[in-house]
Design a protein around this ligand. Structure first.
Ligand SMILES: N[C@@H](CCC(=O)N[C@@H](CS)C(=O)NCC(=O)O)C(=O)O
Length: 210
């Protein structure tokens, strides 16, 4: 039996982050699909999002809460700094990633460019074009931080890096997103380092529709 259950889909950015955290801790997880918006889904998550985690009787939703729980419950390398300021920086980054990066980089660009057409819809070109300068700005903020340290908070990757990874990786796969990543050399170097980690190889989703 796996150490934890994760409900979600491999390509989902946030599901991927929780899978990365599990791999980094060296624990096993079972990935269970859900029918989006179904009563079963709402019973797991009142806002019908993914991922959701079950560990014994403990059920959690919200990616940063799941990752912190995994980090603090299981042995293995710590995914948070030891000091209070460092841990608060992880929270600061996680909150910025959910509120700003996901919205500008993933929801308005990657989802419009990849997910919407895959589901038979039409990309909202205006939304994509409007988002590019904002997405570029968010990437420049991460780039500046990564110009001063190997990872977002210090010399070791933390939950914040595993939250950022899918967002930057997916951005780099689509033309408008690639523009936002390209030329940010510290961010590009960081992406290269993150992709070399065994946790990346173990969890990277296949191309859309695969
Ligand atoms: N704040 C939530 C966000 C979760 C979220 O938005 N997940 C996306 C998939 S990556 C989702 O469920 N999207 C479906 C929808 O918005 O209907 C978290 O941190 O887990």
């Amino acid at each position: 039996m796996a150490d934890i259950k994760l409900y979600g889909f491999a390509p989902s950015s946030y599901t991927w982050t929780t899978r990365l955290a599990a791999e980094e801790k060296g624990i096993t997880h079972e990935l269970l699909p859900i029918e989006f918006g179904s009563d079963d889904h709402k019973a797991l998550h009142p806002f019908a999002k993914i991922p959701i985690m079950d560990h014994g009787d403990n059920r959690l939703y919200e990616t940063s809460a799941i990752c912190r729980y995994i980090d603090e419950t299981f042995d293995g390398p710590s995914l948070q700094p030891a000091d209070a300021f460092g841990r608060a920086e992880v929270d600061q980054w996680n909150s910025s990633l959910v509120d700003y990066y996901y919205d500008w980089c993933v929801r308005r660009i990657v989802v419009q460019r990849v997910v919407v057409p895959t589901r038979g819809g039409e990309t909202d070109e205006e939304m994509v074009a409007d988002a590019v300068p904002h997405a570029k700005y968010t990437m420049s903020v991460a780039n500046e931080k990564l110009s001063n340290s190997a990872y977002l908070i210090g010399d070791e990757p933390t939950i914040a890096d595993f939250m950022l990874l899918p967002m930057v990786f997916y951005s780099a796969q689509v033309p408008e997103g690639e523009q936002t990543v390209k030329g940010h050399s510290a961010l590009e170097d960081w992406l290269g380092r993150m992709q070399e980690r065994p946790s990346f190889a173990a969890t990277v989703p296949g191309p859309p529709g695969s």
